[in-house]
Design a protein around this ligand. Structure first.
Ligand SMILES: Cc1ncc(COP(=O)(O)O)c(C=O)c1O
Length: 460
């Protein structure tokens, strides 16, 4: 009847199959308003099911108002339920003309192969076993106190930074922290000063929040503070002072002082994104801007690079003026971070496993950077110059006289190379066309060598 076909192998109960079949026919107009439904006995016979099953299906339709029945009258379809079906929206399959990647120079990728995965799984398992019942409930928007205490201790021993755990707010990574900061600070399209170039993803986070972006140029030493004349009404300045993304410079003391002075005079916040400063290959780690002024600096840290991106744990260190608003905002958006990974990370920090992993990776990444510079020298001779400090997981390289744009990126992809022209991260265009970004942290030395040779072939 009505072409109803029942699947007796399905996990969906037969009564629900009948209910859905009739409901769909009503919605698409095959069964018209006021039309009489067959008696339960007739339909049961037709479908070869028990009458009880059909009765249950009819009761479901009745309860939801698809059909109506009055004592002594036949069951009818309710008035006005037909809605025109929209055409199925299946996106056309994209034909990919791309070759599999032979050189993957994407930026911001730690080497996941070297992360102690099995150790992490054990710690996660143990953390789950030891989780108290109260942690299965709402544990608060700020994050577990024991994790915040361990992060404070780690920042002290690794960066010489004194932070109170009550100023640390756990997030789902740096991107999440920046999103919340934008939500708190940038009211109704207020301006935000941003390094130019800066990470296109972070820029997008602020654009999505409706901020008006005011670019401030960057050179090989980071933000050019002499250009901090515009945007005095801005709510914040976004900077990456320990390792500028993407150019790689370290902001010198004179510019740091200038920046803090500017923030104080104009009553705005500095958002310090410290995404990968743990990886510095010569000299001591850089003291964060936060150490100079904890009232105007909002510090953002992440475990995406020192551990792995899918962990989705980062943190913001906030001045007391923002604590309450932050707690309210978090409570009414995503409530809190899950406690299991937080507990495992607490243990990873407490037992110094993270310290050891960073120490190991610093050696590995430092060596890979050396191999990259050597390969560039071997293959490109003196055609190039490297930008920035010996740090991080990527390198900005200039090839004077060359021009790299989206078309170049596409051409490389067609030849199996993923590489990003620096222009991709620029707010104002046409200032950095001769530069490329090479992510190397996740590549073995041999992959770096063969990748650079391939790049040379493509650039010929
Ligand atoms: C400058 C910068 N900030 C923040 C992030 C994002 O980190 P997360 O994974 O914690 O969101 C990245 C990631 O590449 C980055 O390059």
């Amino acid at each position: 009847m009505w072409g109803i076909e029942l699947n007796r192998e399905s996990e969906l109960p037969i009564k629900r199959q009948i209910y859905q079949a009739i409901r769909d026919r009503i919605m698409c107009g095959q069964l018209k308003s006021g039309e009489t439904l067959p008696s339960t006995r007739e339909l049961a016979k037709n479908l070869n099911v028990s009458r009880n099953t059909v009765c249950e299906a009819y009761e479901m339709l009745l309860a939801e108002g698809y059909i109506s029945s009055r004592q002594g009258a036949p069951t009818r379809v309710t008035e006005g339920l037909f809605i025109e079906k929209l055409p199925d929206c299946v996106p056309p399959a994209k034909k990919s003309s791309l070759r599999p990647l032979r050189a993957d120079f994407r930026t911001g990728r730690p080497d996941l192969r070297l992360f102690p995965r099995f150790l992490w799984q054990q710690i996660l398992h143990q953390a789950g076993e030891e989780m108290t019942l109260e942690k299965y409930g709402y544990t608060g928007p700020q994050g577990l106190p024991e994790l915040r205490a361990e992060i404070a201790a780690w920042l002290f021993r690794s960066r010489g930074l004194t932070v109170h755990p009550q100023d640390i707010f756990i997030t789902a990574g740096a991107t999440h922290a920046l999103h919340l900061i934008a939500e708190l600070l940038c009211r109704q399209g207020q301006e935000i000063l941003m390094e130019d170039p800066c990470h296109s993803g972070m820029l997008q986070t602020f654009i999505n929040k409706g901020c008006a972006i005011v670019p401030v140029p960057v050179d090989s030493q980071g933000l050019q503070t002499e250009h901090l004349t515009e945007g005095k009404n801005a709510c914040a300045v976004y900077v990456t002072p320990s390792h500028q993304f993407p150019l790689g410079g370290i902001l010198p003391a004179s510019r740091r002082t200038e920046l803090i002075r500017f923030a104080r005079e104009n009553e705005l916040y500095i958002i310090e994104d410290d995404y990968d400063s743990e990886f510095r290959y010569g000299g001591e780690s850089i003291a964060p801007l936060l150490a100079m002024d904890s009232r105007h600096v909002i510090y953002v840290g992440t475990f995406s690079k020192v551990m792995f991106p899918a962990l989705r744990i980062g943190y913001a260190i906030l001045p007391p003026s923002l604590h309450k608003q932050w707690g309210d905002l978090r409570t009414h958006t995503d409530v809190q971070n899950p406690p299991f990974e937080q507990a495992a990370l607490t243990q990873f920090l407490r037992t110094r496993k993270l310290d050891r992993h960073i120490q190991k990776m610093r050696r590995v990444y430092g060596e890979r950077r050396r191999v990259l510079l050597e390969s560039l020298q071997d293959v490109f001779g003196s055609e190039w110059t490297a930008f920035g400090d010996a740090a991080g997981l990527h390198l900005a390289i200039e090839f004077p006289g060359r021009y790299f744009d989206a078309a170049f990126k596409k051409y490389c992809l067609q030849n199996g190379i993923y590489i990003t022209p620096l222009e991709h991260h620029c707010i104002k265009n046409n200032l950095h066309q001769s530069k490329l970004l090479v992510g190397y942290g996740h590549l073995e030395p041999d992959e770096i060598r063969s990748g650079i040779k391939l790049l040379h072939d493509v650039m010929k």
